[in-house]
Structures are given as C-alpha cells and as structure tokens.
Design a protein around this ligand. Structure first.
Ligand SMILES: [Cu+2]
Length: 300
C-alpha cells in the first residue's frame, strides 16, 4: 500500500559516490538497496506542527543544553537556541563558517530566523532546526523511518545512473533553475533568481525521475548513517575536509556524526558544490540549523 505522500523507488544495484568532486565521496562502488517508498518532499512545517500537536514532542533546539556536555561554557549561553544563517555585509574568508552562522537564543522550528520570526506563509516550507532525534521520533510517529545514506542517494539519483545532478549533467539545462541553491558571491551576495533567499516551499522545482521533489538544495536532509570520512574500508582518512558553506562543522568525534545529504539553499557553485546526490556532509546529531531538515521512507 502506498503511504500517503510517498513515491515508489525501485531497488537494485547502483553506483554510489563520485570521483569528480570531493574526496569523501570516493571511491564509486556498487551498492544494493531494496524497494522503498520515499516521501515525495521534505517534511514541511505544517506536517511537523501536526506531529507536535499530537505528541507534545519538545525539539532539541527548544531545550537548554546540558552543562555537562559543554564543560567550561558560559552558563548564560546554555539556553535553548539554534544556528541561524546570518550573512555578513561583505566578503569574508571562506574557511571560517562562523562568519555566516550565528547561534541565536530562541531560534527553533517555529522561529526559523530567531525570536520575532515565525512560520506565517511558511506552512509548506521544509521544517528546519530539527536534530537527528527529532527527525527519528517524527518518523516513528509517521510509521516510517529515516533513510540510510545509500537509500537517500539512490532515490535522489532518480534513475539517472552516474549523473552529476539529480536531473542530469548540466546545472541549468536550457537556463532552467532546477533547485533552490545559492546564486551570487557567497555569503554576502544572494541574487536568488528563483525568488527565495532562504528556504522555499516544497515542490517549487521539477521532481526527479522518481517523482521526488527538493532532493537538491532547499534544506540538507538527515540520514540514519554514521559518518565516515570516505567509503574505503580500512584506508587512511583523506585529510582535512574541503571547506563548506554548510557549517557548522562541530568539534565532535567522527563516530558522533551522521551523514546529511542534498545540499541546501546556501550551497554556492564557487564554494560548496554539494547540491548533488553523491555529496555528503558530516553533522552532529544535536546541531540544529536553519538549513537542515529531513524526509522519511517506508519499507516496501
Ligand atoms: Cu553547501
């Protein structure tokens, strides 16, 4: 039976990863996934609101951090909050994500840009400021689960084996905008030719070959897969990760991080070419941000 709002993604073997971009995507290897139902778009604010109303769940960003997790931290900073993209007025060094991310007390899924912001007109935008546990609890409530990295990547490819993007090899075929990614000089010049400076309503851009929307850009999406620096068992780590627009890269241990996929509205071609199915980023499970959401899958 088809779960509401989900699309059937046929399983099988596919070539996971890419050798054309960042080291952490290598090597390309045959990977097998099972048949799956996949949410056709990321979980929206409206859907998340129904979940909260039904369960009373309190998200990670709405809880004060535990002082034992942050020894030596200023107690005044240990209040509920989340990371919000806060663009500087001009060019900044691109190797320091703190230049465009601010930890904002009171920022959470209901207040995506901080206190004073709200969800008016954003019912159909993807929910953000959710941690891995929030996403996992939501999925269980929905009778679903989070995808593994392999399942997510296979679904995002839409049947286009080995293509760079979820729609093919050209970023803008015939000049067409295919996803909510950053246009202009990151992080201070946001040209937004699609009309969205931050998140956009789901389904604004064309779906991929499996009928899935917003697998590229808009918000990053959680997976249930623990992070490894590469896909080669037993090999040396590839060294320092390449810079990313998509911080924060938290000082957590590798085994504490999980893979997020898809890139976001902050991914810029000049700097963070991660709006591709093969791209991946490590993220701490409790690090909530204004450009990270999720979608669910159902076993077929
Ligand atoms: Cu990025």
């Amino acid at each position: 039976m088809r779960p509401r709002g989900a699309r059937h993604v046929p399983g099988g073997s596919f070539r996971m990863g890419s050798t054309d971009f960042y080291l952490e995507e290598q090597p390309v290897r045959e990977t097998v996934v099972a048949d799956l139902w996949v949410d056709e778009h990321p979980v929206t604010n409206a859907a998340f609101r129904r979940f909260i109303a039904d369960t009373g769940h309190v998200t990670i960003a709405e809880q004060a951090p535990d002082p034992t997790d942050f020894p030596g931290a200023d107690p005044e900073l240990l209040v509920p909050g989340s990371q919000v993209f806060t663009p500087p007025p001009g060019p900044v060094p691109l190797d320091d994500w703190t230049r465009w991310w601010a930890w904002v007390p009171g920022a959470d899924w209901r207040h995506p840009d901080g206190p004073g912001s709200n969800l008016h007109g954003k019912d159909l935008h993807p929910v953000a400021h959710v941690g891995l546990e929030d996403a996992t609890v939501y999925a269980a409530w929905a009778g679903a689960r989070l995808p593994t990295e392999a399942e997510w990547e296979h679904a995002a490819r839409g049947g286009l084996e080995g293509a760079t993007y979820a729609w093919g090899d050209e970023f803008m075929p015939q000049g067409r905008l295919m996803a909510n990614t950053w246009h202009g000089r990151f992080p201070y010049e946001n040209l937004s030719p699609h009309g969205y400076t931050r998140t956009s309503p789901v389904k604004c851009f064309a779906p991929n070959g499996y009928g899935l929307y917003d697998v590229t850009g808009n918000v990053w999406e959680w997976t249930s897969t623990r992070w490894t620096d590469h896909h080669r068992a037993g090999a040396e780590p590839p060294g320092e990760p390449e810079p990313s627009c998509c911080g924060p890269g938290s000082p957590v241990h590798e085994h504490d991080r999980y893979v997020m996929k898809g890139g976001s509205h902050l991914c810029a071609p000049s700097y963070c070419h991660r709006y591709r199915p093969a791209a991946r980023q490590a993220h701490g499970p409790r690090d909530t941000t204004s450009h990270l959401g999720f979608r669910c899958v159902y076993d077929a």
